[in-house]
Design a protein around this ligand. Sequence first.
Ligand code: AMP
Length: 241
Amino acid sequence: MKINPINCTNQYNKNDVSFNGGIPRKIVCFGPPASGKGTQTSHLSKELGLPHVDMGSLLRSAIASGTEEGLLAKSFIEKGQLVPTKLIAKIIENMLASSKCKDGYILDGFPRNIEQAHLLDRINQRIDAGKKAIFQAINFEVSPKLLLERIINRRSCPQCGEIYNTKFKAPKIENECDICHIPLRQRADDTAEIAQARFKTYDEQTAPLINYYKEQGTLSSIDANGSIEEVWTNLMKAIKR
Ligand code: AMP
C-alpha cells in the first residue's frame, strides 16, 4: 500500500514551534541496503518540506550523465563496495552548502562509514558557523532475512523515482509505474550476488555509525521490519522525540 503523505500530516504538525522554530533541521538516515530508507526519507522530505539528499541517486545520475566521478564510482557500485569518500566529498559538500539546504535536509545514504561521519560533522560546523541547528541520526533496523527479499523484488520508476516491490508493494499493472505509466526498472546492483557484498560492506563499515551517533547523543533507532505505514509511524515517533 502506498503512503499518502497528505494523510500523514495529521500525525505530525509541521507548524508546531517545538519542531523547528526556524532552526535548521538536519536528519541523517542510515541502515542496511533495502531497509526502506529511500521510501521513508522521500515521504519525510515532502512532509517536513526539507530537501531529500540521496547519495545513491546522486551517484546513479552522475553515472547516467557520464561525469568523471560517475564513471569512477560505477566500478565500486557494481561490486557492492563503497565509493571512496574523496570521490564524493565535493558532491556532498556542494549539495549541503547550497541554498536548497539552508533550512536543513534529509540525508539518505550519507554518511556510510566513520570517515564520512567526521566529514559531515566538519561540513555542518562550517555551514552552521556557530548558529544553532538540530541534528538527528535515524538508524533503520531490519531483520537480515527480510532484506534480501526486498532487494531482489525492488523496482523503481526511471522517471519519478517511485519505489515498488513485486512482492510487498506491487504496481497496479505489472512492471508499470502507477504514476508515469512507463516500464519499471531494476537497479543493476539489486541482484542476490551484489546484495551479499553490500550487506558485508554495511556490517563492516556502516554499522559502526550506530555507536558513533549513540555516543554523540543524536541516535534514534527505529523498527523498520513492518509495512510502509508501520515504519512511517515509527519514524514519526522518532522525529518528534
Ligand atoms: P544506495 O542507493 O543508497 O543503496 O547506494 C547504492 C550504492 O552507491 C552503494 O552500494 C555504494 O556503492 C554507493 N554509495 C551510496 N552512498 C554512498 C556513500 N555515502 N559512500 C560511498 N558509496 C556510496
